[in-house]
Structures are given as C-alpha cells and as structure tokens.
Design a protein around this ligand. Structure first.
Ligand code: ZN
Length: 199
C-alpha cells in the first residue's frame, strides 16, 4: 500500500532541505503526522516567523532582524578592518573564535563559472561602495581553500587594489579544500592572525 498523498507531499518538501535525504525526510514526515497537533503548529509557526522576521543587512549582508545589523552599528568595533566571507553563517564561525573585532562583508557565494556564478552575482559592487564611504584600511579575505575560494580571492585582490588599502587572506592551518564551517575556533584564530598580504 502506498503512503497517503499528504505524507508523500510532505516528504518531498522536506527532502528539499539541506542535509535531509529521502529516508530522513520520510522519517520526519511520519513523525510529524503522528505528533501532537499543537507541536506541529508551533514548528510551522516558528518557521514562518523566522522567515518573515529575518532579512539581509543592507550594508554587510548578514542575517538580521533589523538593518543595519548589530555588528555594522557597533561603534566599538574596528571600522578599519573588513573581513570578507562567503556566507552569512561564516560570520558566526569567526565571531565564535572570539578575537576578531572588525566588521564583515558577505559575498553571497564564490565565483564559479561551471555553476554559472559570475562576479556580478556576488556582493562585490557593495563592497567597493563601502571602500569609498567607510574608513577601511584592510580587507581580510576569509574564503574557503577550495579552487573557487582561491579564484575568488585572487579576483578580489586585483579588483579591490587601490593605494592605501591592504588586502590579506587567511589560510594558515585551514583544512585544504574546505570552507570555514569545518574549522574549529583555535584554527580560525590562527588563520586570522597568520593572514598573508596579497598586494
Ligand atoms: Zn551588517
């Protein structure tokens, strides 16, 4: 006997979530249809509320309830430093490492011609605008160490080059071919401290 249609639809929707394969999706769907109705309603409402209340910061591109975000508005942070990351969640990784006190800029991806991601698809123009309006003296590129991360870092170093601006890249000790989410706090700390100038 096939599963009832609502369970099949729910399974299909869940399997589109990151890290949820078809088997997990079916297990979650079967759990939900047998759970307390109030519990499922609470989950659905929490998902909707989070989606509706969270937006991107107009300046740095981080996830926030209000724009500009708390980091962009924090005058105690060092406005001469901007750390460029691929994804909004990478900010959390660096914040957890605890020593970085500058600002951030989220690119929203990496240059990848094979996947159709061109420089114009990333928040590079927004970063250039910040270089003109904020007292930025150093751009720290904190992208992953895979091929796209290397290509994007080199592209940025060339495109952002201007007199009086230092451009550096973290890398020391980062696992080869991976993103920031796989590095522990100590490794990220060392990678930040051991950043190398690119210009
Ligand atoms: Zn911000």
């Amino acid at each position: 006997m096939p599963l009832p249609e609502p369970i099949v639809s729910l399974t299909a929707a869940l399997s589109k979530l990151p890290g949820v394969g078809p088997r997990s999706a079916e297990r979650i769907a079967l759990h939900l249809v047998q759970a307390e109705s109030a519990q499922v309603r609470h989950l659905a409402e929490a998902m909707l509320a989070a989606r509706e209340r969270i937006r991107f910061c107009d300046i740095c591109g981080s996830l926030t309830e209000k724009s500009p975000c708390a980091i962009c508005e924090d005058t105690r942070r060092d406005a001469s430093l901007v750390c460029v990351v691929e994804k909004a969640v990478d900010i959390l990784s660096i914040e957890k490492s605890g020593t970085y006190r500058g600002k951030f800029h989220v690119l929203g991806g990496k240059i990848s011609p094979l996947d159709g991601v061109e420089p114009d698809d990333l928040r590079i123009a927004e970063l250039e605008k910040r270089l003109g309006t904020e007292p930025i003296q150093e751009v720290i590129i904190a992208l992953g160490t895979d091929v796209e991360g290397d290509a994007t870092s080199n592209y940025l170093a060339k495109r952002l080059a201007r007199s009086g601006l230092k451009i550096s890249r973290i890398g020391f000790g980062l696992p080869a071919g991976s993103g920031l989410e796989f590095a522990d706090e100590l490794t990220l700390n060392r990678a930040l401290e051991g950043r190398r100038e690119m210009n």
